[in-house]
Design a protein. Structure first.
Ligand code: AMP
Length: 554
């Protein structure tokens, strides 16, 4: 068997990719590197290039916390805490810290062979499998053995992939192109296969083997969800569709893809995680349907014809209390709105109108419900449907083009959404402070940021919106992910995503984004989203520009 390629080659490639702003160059450099690799190596390399140490949607992550990594770096290099924080503050990136520190490595392994791609894959597999008692020691040991053998550049990329902070600008489309160019696929074939298979590593492996063209949607292999584009007004939506559209209620629950084949049912979350065990009543309802299928829909806390507060479901998901009791307090209904596969046939290319009629036949006579929908053709229709949806306790509308195909993983214009607030932003918490008075002793003030290219820019601070129990839980998690402890204030690893509502956006010098949210309040903790899913500075600028009243604090 051919030997696995060196990791140094990949680290150097990633450095070059990062060093150029040209998208064409990024694609070319990566493609040249991938081309001679075996399918197994191509898988590891493409996955690492995408910034992940585990398969997309995998239940077990190989990711390692900042404190473990910092501990390993200190042990291997002999640096003290002060040195490390100083270097960290200069770079704001743990990978760069690793590179700088490793240039003066103190500990050396007795004999050291250069790292191969297969060594990384083995170490990641081990990290994924470590659980429970003693796992943190073993985890540290595994990371340490990699770091000890790494050159400074390799160490940088080991750390970057383990923290999920790659920042090479290799967005998914560019990865697809590079894989296409390396293995003789068209861009379209590569994109289609990627959409279905979900993970860039698996895509590269199939492409290198020459069978990426045969990848099909299959039961129990979740695919990326179609997303909706936000629009601000009913008028904008009516104009966008310019004729008949379906206005569906926008349910406030958890997005869920339901698969059934050979009598077995599995449910996958937006992150493509298997969440089947959390929803026994949905599994039961789906079990009463016939044949094979993949559905898209939303699991909603719902009882006696009415939606219940979303928080109830969150508690149930996090298993903060006895599961049976939580399930009783938060009974759920699955509202289905799309069909991706039916009895061995892909339906994603059919028009929505057709998919919906197939779906409605499928769920008939079961406890699964079709999402409520009204036909709309004018601004007044959209407005009326929106009011009705709000009056029934839903968030707003998702309006859909009857002719549109199901665009996996895309925020296309086939679906648009309308919500009540000016807007909300998904932001990530980057720092936090202890509260005062009633909130003394808990970390209740959160500074949050949006994305600007591959940087994070702060845009506000929120103090309200969470329940006491949620604040307690936040306090615990924030302590865990603290990068720097300044006493009352902590800088934290950017990983907790919250959805904030606000009244308006103003220009401001207080935050480094140059904007501030007025009256921000946390709508919910988005456990389903990660830092790569948060909103961007471009969205902030768009919302700011679209406001009727503009406030300039400067
Ligand atoms: P947002 O989370 O604000 O980006 O809004 C999009 C989300 O709305 C989707 O990811 C779904 O989870 C949810 N949703 C609720 N009802 C529907 C519906 N009828 N069609 C599509 N998505 C829906």
């Amino acid at each position: 068997m051919k030997q696995s390629a060196s990791f140094l080659g990949l680290a150097e490639t990633l450095k070059r990719v990062r060093g150029t702003r040209s998208k064409n160059d990024k694609v070319r450099i990566l493609a040249e590197y991938l081309k001679p690799l075996t399918p197994e190596d191509a898988k590891v390399a493409a996955r690492i290039a995408s910034g992940r140490a585990s398969e997309r949607g995998s239940k077990d992550e190989a990711q390692v916390g900042y404190s473990t990594l910092l501990g390993v770096l200190r042990e291997v290099t002999g640096a003290n805490e002060g040195d490390v924080s100083r270097i960290y503050l200069r770079h704001g990136d743990l990978g760069e810290v690793a590179e700088e520190l490793l240039a003066e490595k103190k500990e050396q392994p007795l004999f050291s062979e250069p790292l191969k791609l297969s060594d990384l894959e083995d170490a990641f597999a081990r990290l994924r499998s470590l659980k429970g008692q003693g796992s943190s020691v073993a985890r540290k040991g595994t990371v340490k053995s990699l770091v000890l053998r790494a050159t400074p550049l390799e160490g940088k990329y080991v750390v970057k992939v383990l923290t999920g902070e790659m920042r090479t600008g290799l967005v998914s489309g560019l990865l697809e192109e590079a894989i296409a160019a390396a293995f003789g696929l068209s861009k379209e074939e590569s994109a289609r296969a990627h959409m279905i298979i979900g993970d860039p590593g698996d895509l590269a492996e199939h492409a290198a083997r020459g069978d990426a063209g045969q990848i099909r949607i299959q039961p129990f292999r979740p695919v990326n969800f179609m997303l909706a584009e936000p629009m601000a007004t009913a008028a904008e939506i009516a104009q966008h569709f310019g004729g008949l559209a379906y206005a569906e209620c926008k349910y406030d629950g958890v997005r869920a893809q339901a698969h059934k084949s050979e009598g077995k049912v599995r449910i996958y979350s937006r992150r493509l995680e298997d969440v089947t065990s959390g929803f026994p009543e949905v599994v039961e309802a789906l079990g009463k349907t016939s044949g094979e299928f993949i559905l898209d829909g939303e699991i909603v806390p719902f009882s006696e014809g009415h939606p219940l507060p979303f928080q109830l479901l969150q508690r149930r998901l996090r298993r903060m209390e006895n599961f049976d009791e939580a399930a009783r307090k938060a009974p759920v209904t699955y509202f289905a709105f799309d069909l991706l596969l039916r009895n061995g046939k892909e339906t994603i290319g059919l028009p929505l109108s057709k998919r919906r009629s197939m779906l409605s036949r499928l769920v008939q006579g079961t406890a699964v419900r079709m999402a409520e929908s009204t036909d709309v053709a004018s601004e007044e229709d959209v407005e009326a449907a929106f009011r009705r949806s709000r009056a029934s306790g839903y968030e707003g509308l998702v309006v859909k083009d009857p002719d549109s195909p199901y665009a996996m993983g895309k925020r296309g214009k086939g679906w648009v959404k309308l919500k009540e607030e000016l807007d909300t932003l998904d932001v990530v918490i980057v720092a936090a402070e202890y509260g005062h008075g009633k909130r003394a002793g808990v970390i209740s003030d959160y500074t949050f940021a949006v994305r600007d290219g591959d940087r994070l820019r702060t845009i506000g601070k929120a103090y309200s919106g969470l329940t006491d129990a949620e604040i307690d839980e936040m306090t615990r998690r924030l302590k865990e992910i603290t990068v720097k402890d300044h006493g009352y204030r902590r800088e934290v690893k950017p990983e907790i995503v919250v959805e904030v509502a606000f009244d308006s956006i103003q220009r401001s010098d207080r935050h480094d984004s140059g904007y501030a949210l007025r009256f921000p309040r946390i709508k919910r903790i988005r456990t389903d989203k990660g830092v790569t899913d948060i909103d961007t500075i471009e969205k902030v600028e768009r919302v700011f520009a679209g406001q009727r009243l503009k406030v300039d604090e400067k």
